[in-house]
Write a protein that binds this ligand. Sequence first.
Ligand code: ZN
Length: 245
Amino acid sequence: MYIDAHSHLDFYGKNIERAIKDINNNQILTLAMSMDIESYNKNKVYAKKSKYIKPCFGIHPWKAHEFKNRLTTLIPYIEESEIIGEIGLDFIWSEGSHTYTKQREVFYFILEESVKRNKVINLHTKGAEDEIYNALKKYDYSKAIIHWYSGDLKTLDKYINLGCYFTISVDLGYSDITNKILDRIPMERLLVETDGPEALEWVNGEYAYPSIIKDLVKKICNYKSLSLHELNKLIEDNYNSIMSL
Ligand SMILES: [Zn+2]
């Protein structure tokens, strides 16, 4: 079995049936991140078609400023969802600094409610690596998957020391910094992800179906001189270990 620790299935749009078939045929346990409530509801529908799809509730930092209701209305979703994501802060690719206050309001609320309930959280840290580290440190919370980390290595070390888990994404082989990050992440905290159909497209122009995760796993096998069986077993162990923290 493969594990895709961060994907966006609703981004497949009209191609969703083919994507679900690909997940089922290749047995890819998929953590289906949500952008908002609407996206979470879609993920729940997809999960009815595949035992490998795990819908995860979150409000993405790009969507936080659109959330107008009371934050407490999010609690039932947080309670229901075993894994929370995608949540975080983005000070680079968001719509601009006018969204920061709302981003923080939504993120800190969901973070606190998730920590209280001992949920695994799947984090977007773009340009906010230090701030999010400080937030986790405040709770001494390591039940966190840092998705596609791309900050500096000094802050990466702080997350490592705190005990967090990390995904390597589809830019491996295209980015020197990703190689350096892979060198640094302890193998017992390593996970992999596709980030949906458009992430690889952003890297090399190729639209990706979920089984692209197999290419990524193969690349890491070569890089770390591990067999496919060894690496898949390691990733599965890592996933089970964060889930049972
Ligand atoms: Zn994402």
